[in-house]
Design a protein around this ligand. Structure first.
Ligand code: NAD
Length: 350
């Protein structure tokens, strides 16, 4: 099945995933292959209907095109979205079936973990295809769960943007973190080590409460986290969190987090500016995970991942400087840069 996507660049290819016996129900979207094979994780989530799964897959795949270009990776953008079966299911069978669908794309899509999927799931995918990363790391090679790298990159982005927008290091800043899962949890530890005061929220209490105890963080409800008194708001849950009511109520003057697709609509970037809130484009800040996935797939070392992730902070500074110089939003500055990188690769390939 091939459908057109009405986003900023056309989606190249969509594949409907359906294997009732394995509980597989979802979609792969390959959004762009100008820079290389489409790379992006596989999300397993409760989608009430297929339309919502499709919409999420398109937006996430598009975001991966921009993210991979911005991070200087030889990959286009793609994403898989799977609807989590109701009730118990055979996880191994589901991810093997997904692996066969990835194999059928012949390398046009490279998958890895995302929300709701784990290293163990990717090991099942790897039984069926080699176009998968985020597998257990071996020796000094890149690999393993990408989320600690994502957290490290977001931490660098927060440090850089706090210096630019707030004229401050992190010591003593109040940072509100929404979502204390793989990325948010690891990020909280780094922020606490840097002397930030943490306010945290998660809809699931387990890890949130453990972190609160260990790090001395204040817990607030999931509804309250975006509007608490804080210097920095850090979205690390799901997308679409920055909408009109949320921005209108926000006290923080800086938004920088790990979640994908934080802007509910592109216009929110302008609203954030009008409210004097600096927004670090999500895909610039959260590229650490795909940098690790890309290095693993290409057989590179963990050391090369570390040096690329260290470039995220300086890249954030460059985007914020350009936005200030041209009096445009950081989101526009980042999008134009990514589009330029994709277009120039397209011209070289033509
Ligand atoms: P995760 O599933 O481990 O954690 C997400 C957490 O958010 C969970 O603890 C969940 O309970 C919580 N949550 C969900 N809805 C919430 C709400 N309304 N309010 C508060 N908390 C809520 O996922 P993750 O891997 O940490 O990813 C988090 C975000 O970062 C996602 O948007 C993901 O796409 C993005 N991201 C992740 C990576 C990575 O390497 N894992 C890379 C790039 C981007």
């Amino acid at each position: 099945m091939v459908v057109q996507f009405s986003g900023r660049l056309p989606a190249l290819e969509t594949v409907r995933l359906e294997d009732k016996s394995a509980g597989l129900d979802g979609i792969i979207v390959v959004h762009s292959t100008t820079l290389g094979p489409g790379a992006g994780g596989c999300r397993l989530w409760h989608y009430p209907d297929l339309d919502q799964a499709f919409t999420d897959a398109f937006r996430l795949a598009e975001g991966m095109s921009y993210k991979n270009a911005m991070a200087g990776l030889p990959f286009g953008g793609a994403k898989a979205v799977l609807r989590r079966p109701d009730g118990p299911f055979d996880r191994a069978a589901l991810f093997q079936a997904f692996g066969r669908a990835v194999a059928a794309l012949g390398g046009r899509y490279v998958t890895a973990e995302d929300v709701g999927t784990t290293v163990a799931d990717m090991q099942e995918v790897a039984r069926e295809t080699r176009h998968v990363a985020g597998l257990a790391a071996v020796g000094a090679a890149a690999g393993g769960d990408p989320s600690p790298w994502t957290a490290q990159g977001v931490f660098g982005a927060i440090e850089a943007s706090a210096a630019f927008a707030l004229g401050s290091d992190l010591k003593g800043l109040t940072v509100a973190v929404q979502g204390t899962g793989s990325v948010g949890g690891e990020l909280c530890r780094r922020l606490a080590d840097a002397g930030a005061r943490l306010v945290i929220a998660d809809v699931a209490p387990g890890r949130r409460d453990r972190l609160a105890t260990i790090l001395g963080a204040r817990v607030v409800s999931a509804d309250a986290i975006a509007s608490v008194e804080a210097d920095v708001f850090v979205p690390c849950a799901l997308g679409g969190v920055l909408d009109k009511p949320t921005v209108a109520a926000m006290k923080a003057k800086l938004v920088c987090g790990g979640a994908n697709n934080q802007l509910a609509t592109p216009e929110i970037a302008g609203m954030l500016r009008e409210h004097g809130i600096t927004y670090v484009p999500d895909y610039v800040a959260n590229a650490g995970g795909i940098i690790s996935v890309s290095a693993e797939y290409l057989g590179e070392s963990a050391a090369s991942v570390a040096s690329r992730v260290a470039q995220i902070g300086p890249r954030v500074t460059a985007i914020l400087e350009e936005a200030a110089r041209r009096d445009i939003s950081p989101a526009t500055a980042a999008d134009e840069t990514a589009e330029r990188l994709i277009a120039s690769a397209g011209r070289l390939a033509a």
